[in-house]
Design a protein around this ligand. Structure first.
Ligand SMILES: Nc1nc2c(c(=O)[nH]1)N[C@H]1C(S)=C(S)[C@@H](COP(=O)(O)OP(=O)(O)OC[C@H]3O[C@@H](n4cnc5c(=O)[nH]c(N)nc54)[C@H](O)[C@@H]3O)O[C@H]1N2
Ligand SMILES: Nc1nc2c(c(=O)[nH]1)N[C@H]1C(S)=C(S)[C@@H](COP(=O)(O)OP(=O)(O)OC[C@H]3O[C@@H](n4cnc5c(=O)[nH]c(N)nc54)[C@H](O)[C@@H]3O)O[C@H]1N2
Ligand code: SF4
Ligand SMILES: [Mo]
Length: 723
């Protein structure tokens, strides 16, 4: 590896902030500012800045582990891989291919996610694969596909935000979850635009807003319907736009008209004057946007809820026009690309559908298999985890830590323990890896090359900056070795660019078309937005110009051999839907939706609402960030955020241990008393295992379309705990 700085991207969230990495003699790397990347222009949050700490061998795994007489002990790679191959083939022989499960993650690069989906279908022949992104953005994806015919988190670059007139941010705490992105919203307000934040808590993000609405958790659907009612009542519908660019308005309008502002006030707790003010601020400027995140999406009606917000955009002509639109703020590092290339239960690469015969033929040809050999759609993430030990007997898990992050986690932990065989690939001994029969230690972001697709749909190249330590191998090498042991010698390359070349062909012609993107372009153009079809047909035949010599990653922008000036090269698509939506007739679809309650309303026994989410210094299940001293100092453990009135009723003072009890279980954490939360609601972050695990409490009620669990609202009671 060279000793100079390598420009690359953060391992954590969906902003995929640019950073430079320079190797230092102790084998790790130093992070420095990379100002040329437009998303963060050099700024990083504390997690990104300290990410190299997880590269150190002090906290990570550097040897495979196998279970021997109940404990995990170091083993050779050959022994560990043999054990996994044996475990999986025994299950397959005894119970059939669908008894082997595969669980992936939105943190995996495109190359890994693609290979994992192919591994499940081609090597194991199982339909039982899904991933943690189901817990993340699946409701927004489902609603986006229904309305626009396509799911890409943001249909425009973040750089458009400062230029619009108004942004409604629904259930996003981006000041903590994507700190460098706050700049775009500050610039919006400096330019005279307005920011409305909708969150049951007055978060750091809400503090920046011109207007903060604090609805009761789980009522965003009613709120959006109430706003649409007012849009109609106040004569603010863009009739011409509705006529020319949409279908289905009459039914959606009729559904919204049943949601009177006073009725909506009763459901949500947001006053009628605040509803009116929201409509005024949203409708008066020439352009406006609605952005949703996990608040409204992680509900058992998340798809309908996002649909209602999209209806509001469509009725007011705020979609598919410059500086206007609906967008979802995707979460994980490759939350976008990870949902496009086949680790989802119902999906083939290029965002194709597994039950579409033409898609099956296309991908089977790229894979060199018979289309009829490809299994059909499988179960969603929670349903798959819930079936462990039932008809799924063995599981291969890569890049998720469900013992901490899955809803009703104690039950899922018990399901994992009941498996005949569990293999986990991770960089650390996560709480889930600790239950495995075999753990494989894999390389990390700075030690390998691969692409991710950020929340804007911008495909990026993460480049290797340092040599991995002895004893670790990449996820791609793991799949290559396992495939070979299970009798598939070809088709599982270990070189990321070779995988990407195949992914290009597999995605060609699909909704998420990457066929015109090359590693070389990603370096030279600092990322390319999909869809980016190839202008020439040759890529579909595997005879792309980047084959052979040219396929090697070339970091020299002035290389005369570069081909991106060639005629017919597609520039990529930063802005979607400006001319037409991705439906057959080019028009967007209104979806008629009506309010419904959350799956578990508070009652006499469980009178309080629990909602969950994140803090700035910890990431997800905390497997990585809980191993970084600086981050632990900033966010040392779980807490229960509650209003002074609720605390008084309970008899709890600041810092007192409080037990939160739901129908699923019990968690204990110190009280954090603040007027920034509604008095009927408590909040817990979900980053910790053990006694303070928020997911011991959460309700796995699923959205009927997206199969998203209801992380954001369930009924609990509070108890004091003698300390
Ligand atoms: N620091 C940090 N950053 C992260 C992550 C992390 O773990 N830590 N994870 C990344 C990932 S994968 C994701 S998905 C994103 C998530 O990013 P966000 O969606 O911003 O994160 P959350 O904290 O889950 O939820 C956002 C807000 O929703 C509010 N909320 C709760 N219930 C409701 C409701 O019913 N309605 C509304 N409108 N709001 C509600 C919560 O109070 C919270 O402030 O963050 C990414 N960035
Ligand atoms: N209560 C509650 N629960 C939630 C949420 C919530 O808001 N509330 N949010 C949900 C959401 S949005 C999400 S995205 C999930 C996330 O929850 P998880 O799926 O648990 O995500 P992570 O903690 O990021 O787990 C990633 C694991 O993979 C490892 N890893 C990192 N990179 C790689 C790699 O390249 N290869 C391999 N093999 N391993 C790797 C990490 O060390 C870590 O152990 O949690 C969900 N759970
Ligand atoms: S905001 Fe997200 S991508 Fe940027 S440095 Fe922080 S964790 Fe990394
Ligand atoms: Mo997420």
């Amino acid at each position: 590896m060279q000793n100079s700085a390598t420009p690359t991207h953060c391992p954590y969230c969906a902003l995929q902030c640019g950073m430079n990495l320079t190797p230092v003699p102790d084998g790790t790397v130093e992070v420095s500012e990379r100002a040329d990347f437009p998303v963060n222009r050099g700024a990083l949050c504390g997690k990104g800045r300290t990410a190299p700490a997880v590269l150190s061998s002090r906290v990570r795994l550097t040897s495979p582990l196998v279970r021997s007489e109940g404990t995990l002990v170091p083993a050779s790679w050959d022994e560990a891989l043999d054990r996994i191959a044996e475990g999986l083939s025994r299950t397959r022989t005894e119970h059939g291919p669908d008894a082997c499960g595969v669980f992936g993650g939105g943190g995996l690069t495109n190359e890994k996610a693609y290979t994992l989906g192919k591994f499940a279908r081609v090597v194991l022949g199982t339909s039982q694969i899904d991933y943690n992104g189901r817990f993340c953005m699946s409701s927004a994806a489902a609603a986006g596909i229904k309305a626009f015919g396509l799911d890409r988190g943001l249909p425009f670059p973040l750089e458009d935000i400062p230029k619009t007139g108004c942004v409604i941010l629904v259930g996003s705490n981006l000041a903590e979850t994507m700190p460098p992105s706050l700049r775009f919203f500050n610039e919006l307000r400096e330019n005279g635009g307005t920011l409305i934040v909708i969150d049951p808590r007055r978060t750091k993000t809400a503090e920046q807003a011109d207007l903060h609405l604090a609805p009761r958790p789980g009522t965003d659907l009613a709120l959006a319907l109430g706003l649409l009612h007012l849009v109609v009542a106040e004569g603010r519908v863009d009739e011409e736009y509705v006529r020319e660019r949409t279908v289905g308005w009459e039914d959606a309008r009729a559904a919204a008209m049943a949601h009177w502002p006073e009725y909506v006030e009763r459901i949500t707790g947001v006053s009628v004057p605040q509803l009116r003010e929201t409509v005024r601020m949203f409708c008066e400027p020439e352009s406006a946007m609605v952005l949703t995140a996990r608040g409204p999406e992680q509900q058992s009606k998340g798809t309908d809820t996002v649909g209602a917000w999209i209806n509001l955009c469509l009725a007011t002509g705020r979609a598919g026009r410059p500086l206007s639109g609906y967008g979802c703020l995707t979460g994980q590092g490759n939350g976008q690309g990870g949902r496009e290339h086949g680790q989802k239960a119902d999906q083939l690469p290029g965002y194709r559908k597994l039950d579409d015969p033409a898609a099956r033929r296309h991908v089977a040809e790229v894979w060199g298999v018979d289309p009829d050999s490809l299994p059909g759609p499988g179960r969603s993430a929670y349903e798959l985890l819930d079936a462990l030990g039932g008809d799924i007997k063995s599981l291969l898990l890569m890049a998720s830590n469900p013992v901490v992050s899955a809803p009703r986690a104690a039950h899922i932990e018990e399901r994992l323990r009941s498996l005949d065989f569990l293999a986990v690939c991770d960089v650390v001994l996560s709480e889930t890896a600790a239950l495995a029969d075999v753990v494989l230690p894999v390389t990390q972001w700075a030690e390998e090359t691969g692409t991710t697709t950020n929340l804007e749909g911008r495909v990026l190249l993460r480049r290797q900056a340092i040599t991995p330590p002895e004893g670790v191998r990449s996820d791609l090498e793991v799949m290559h070795e396992l495939a070979a042991r299970l009798g598939v010698e070809k088709g599982f390359p270990t070189d990321a660019e070779e995988v990407f070349e195949e992914l290009r062909r597999a995605s060609a012609g699909g909704p998420a078309d990457y066929s015109g993107i090359t590693y070389r372009r990603l370096v030279e153009e600092n990322g390319v937005f999909w869809p980016c079809p190839t202008a020439t047909a040759d890529v579909a035949d595997g005879e792309d110009a980047a084959d052979g010599e040219d396929a090697a990653l070339d970091l020299q922008p002035d290389d005369p051999a570069r081909d991106d000036t060639a005629e017919g090269v597609h520039p990529g698509t930063p802005r979607l839907f400006l001319d037409r939506f991705a439906t057959a007739d080019g028009r967007a679809r209104f979806v008629p939706v009506s309010h419904r309650a959350i799956a578990e309303e508070p009652d006499a026994e469980y009178p309080v609402l629990l909602t969950t989410g994140r803090v700035v210094a910890q990431y997800q299940s905390g497997a990585q960030t809980r191993r970084v001293d600086e981050l632990n100092a900033a966010a040392p453990g779980p807490f229960v955020e509650l209003h002074p009135r609720l605390a008084e009723r309970l008899g709890a003072a600041e810092g007192d241990p409080v037990a939160v009890v739901s129908r699923r279980g019990r968690a204990v954490a110190p009280a954090r008393i603040t007027t920034a939360i509604r008095p009927d609601t408590v909040f817990m972050p979900f980053h910790w295992p053990g006694e303070g695990r928020a997911n011991s409490l959460t309700n796995p009620a699923l959205d009927p379309t997206s199969r998203m669990p209801e992380f954001k609202a369930c009924a609990v009671r509070l108890e004091t705990v003698k300390s």
